[in-house]
Design a protein around this ligand. Structure first.
Ligand code: PEP
Ligand code: MG
Length: 591
């Protein structure tokens, strides 16, 4: 039966594929793909575990005291039967063979299938047998974890690209995905994803956009309603997931997919066209990246630099061992070299809130820490509380500046005392490098404006910084008191709120008036609905996911900033700024 699940649209496009439910079972296991040549040995691993568990059950039965209740022996026989039943190990083998799942993942996928079958049973006695299947699976998983091979823990390392053809593409369905795990998925085979929790600018959604694959988050019940291997359509524009669509619906979506491909090809032709408005203003379109390897996509998309390198992603998935100065330096240098002389803005770590160091989802983090981590020790607050780590990162960034144009960006600054501490740390590090004759280039220091306090005292901040970059994702979160990762309040997360627009306008105007660089690097910069308004406010530098550059460029090429500037006040005063801006784009600025 076809059903629809509604959520929040966070990454555009249409994906059609088979559902892969990750970590939806009670048992947390590693999820990775095995290469074709490893399939046989993975199946052998499963069989070996089955044989050991079988011997274990035999042993338990044999050693049972004579006066033990006979139900116990009968139960061990049932477990033995389950273990050898085709629907468990046989079907698990099929997941490994056809899907190339690792044995643990295949087992938990099959457990999911069986558990649902048991849940649907009328007979209460049979329904309760689900617990026996779970116990047998747990024994098998325990056994597998004792064998040599991959460590337990979701996505222990990057899955290799799948090297088998023919099968349908795969889409990921999960309750939540930690940002650290999203980085692994980034290099994997999924062509779309759906999560139960999350908001438009939760970091999971941001990584999905950077992957340029359709995604729906905040779909509440999705991981319960969707079953392993269901055929699903993700409509990333409407925020809808269609499970087991009818042929007509499927055909409709396949048609949409073809149109999207054509539209992208058309936009791609703008890649190397300079972004200049109709009235001759050059506009800088920069890329947001998470890892040095993303620099290639940035260049490919026609970015004229990196406006935001979220360095915290280098610090994730480290099992507690943070990257040292040299390792960080190499990563920054690689990004700088890859950008071939174009500027690279490296942001110091923004750890905390929904980007914990450990592999944890935002929800788990909240549960664990209780308090609201978005208001806690995050970003520069964390860095200043770890001064030697902070200096280590600053040294690594400065050293990379010997290889190209580097800008240093500090997240979440709100206090003048923080500004002083940052400047002291930067001068101390420069001095250390001078003393040891390590070369570095001229590095501008900038602040992210993402806390209302910083936007309100922008004039004072501009005395200390060379440039500012507005992080609208957090600016909206903190101005409106809406947790950006919480789908329960996602409907109130409103980039069009007049208070947000005013802070944004004020920041851009002040920076321009003081001759300081100003950029927007939050998600608003890559959203075409805001392009004309931001141009009208005087913004000439936008930083976004590489995949968004062409569509923003198209709007820039059609814009006349004189007309847009004259209409900004009208949008800011409008009862419905979104509608007013759409009208402005359609009738005046963009033709
Ligand atoms: C922002 O807050 O807008 C931003 C760009 O930073 P991040 O999304 O990484 O918090
Ligand atoms: Mg931010």
């Amino acid at each position: 039966m076809s059903i629809q699940v509604f959520g929040i649209a966070v990454s555009r496009g249409v994906a059609i594929g088979r559902a892969v439910l990750v970590a939806s079972s009670r048992i947390d296991v590693a999820h990775y793909f095995v290469a074709t040549e490893q399939v046989a040995s993975e199946i052998a691993r499963l069989h070996a575990a089955r044989d050991v568990v079988s011997a274990e059950l035999e042993g338990l039965k044999r050693d049972m005291p004579a006066d033990a209740p006979h139900e116990l022996a009968a139960l061990l026989d049932v477990h033995q039967m389950i273990l050898h039943d085709e629907s468990l190990t046989g079907a698990t083998q099929v997941w490994i063979d056809e899907r190339h799942y690792n044995a643990e993942w295949a087992l938990s996928a099959q457990l999911e299938v069986l558990a649902r079958q048991f849940d649907d049973m009328e007979d209460a006695y049979l329904r309760e047998r689900k617990a026996d299947v779970e116990q047998v699976v747990e024994r098998l998983l325990r056994q597998l974890s004792h064998q040599a091979g991959r460590a337990a823990g979701a996505m222990a390392s990057a899955p290799p690209a799948r090297d088998f053809g023919g099968a349908d593409p795969l889409v990921l369905v999960a309750n939540d995905v930690a940002p650290a795990d999203m980085m692994q998925f980034k290099r994997s085979v999924f062509i779309g994803f759906v999560t139960d929790v999350g908001g438009r600018t939760s970091h999971t959604a941001i990584v999905a956009r950077s992957m340029d694959i359709p995604a729906v988050v905040g779909a509440r019940e999705a991981s319960r309603l969707i079953r392993q291997d269901d055929l699903i359509v993700i409509d990333g524009d409407a925020g809808v997931v269609i499970v087991n669509p009818s042929d007509i619906v499927l055909e409709e979506y396949r048609f949409r997919q073809r149109q999207i491909v054509l539209e992208r090809a058309r936009l791609d032709r703008l890649r190397h066209t300079p972004a200049v408005t109709l009235d001759g203003h050059a506009v800088e379109l920069l890329a947001n990246i998470e890892l040095p390897a993303d620099a290639a996509a940035a260049l490919e998309a026609g970015a004229v630099g990196v406006g935001l390198f979220r360095s915290e992603f280098l610090f994730m998935n480290r099992e507690g061992v943070l990257p040292g100065e040299d390792e960080q330096f190499e990563a920054y240098r690689d990004a700088v070299v890859a950008m071939r002389g174009l500027p690279v803005t490296i942001r110091t770590v923004d750890i905390g809130a929904d980007k914990p160091l450990e592999r944890m989802s935002a929800q788990e983090h909240r549960n664990e820490h209780g308090l609201n981590p978005a208001l806690g020790l995050r970003a520069i607050r964390w860095s200043l509380s770890e001064p030697s780590m902070f200096r280590q990162q600053l040294r690594a960034i400065l050293r990379a500046s010997a290889y190209g144009k580097v800008r240093l960006l500090i997240p979440m600054v709100a206090q003048l005392a923080e500004v002083r501490a940052i400047m002291e740390a930067v001068s101390r590090v420069r001095q250390q490098l001078d003393d040891t004759a390590v070369s570095y280039g001229r590095v501008e220091v900038g602040a992210m404006i993402e806390i209302p306090a910083a936007a309100l005292m922008i004039e004072r901040f501009l005395r200390h910084f060379d440039f500012v970059s507005v992080g609208t994702n957090d600016l909206i979160q903190y101005t409106l008191a809406i947790d950006r990762a919480d789908q329960a309040v996602a409907h109130l997360y409103d980039p069009w709120h007049p208070a947000v627009l005013q802070l944004l306008h004020q920041t851009i105007k002040s920076a321009n008036a003081h001759g300081r660089g100003v950029s927007v690097c939050g998600e608003m910069a890559g959203d075409p609905a805001f392009t004309e308004l931001l141009l009208g406010m005087g913004l000439r530098s936008f930083s976004m996911h590489p995949a968004q550059i062409s569509s923003i460029k198209q709007r820039v090429l059609r814009a006349d900033t004189r007309q847009l500037a004259a209409a900004v006040a009208m949008v800011l005063d409008a009862a419905d700024p979104a509608a007013a801006a759409a009208e402005l784009a359609a009738s005046r600025g963009a033709r």
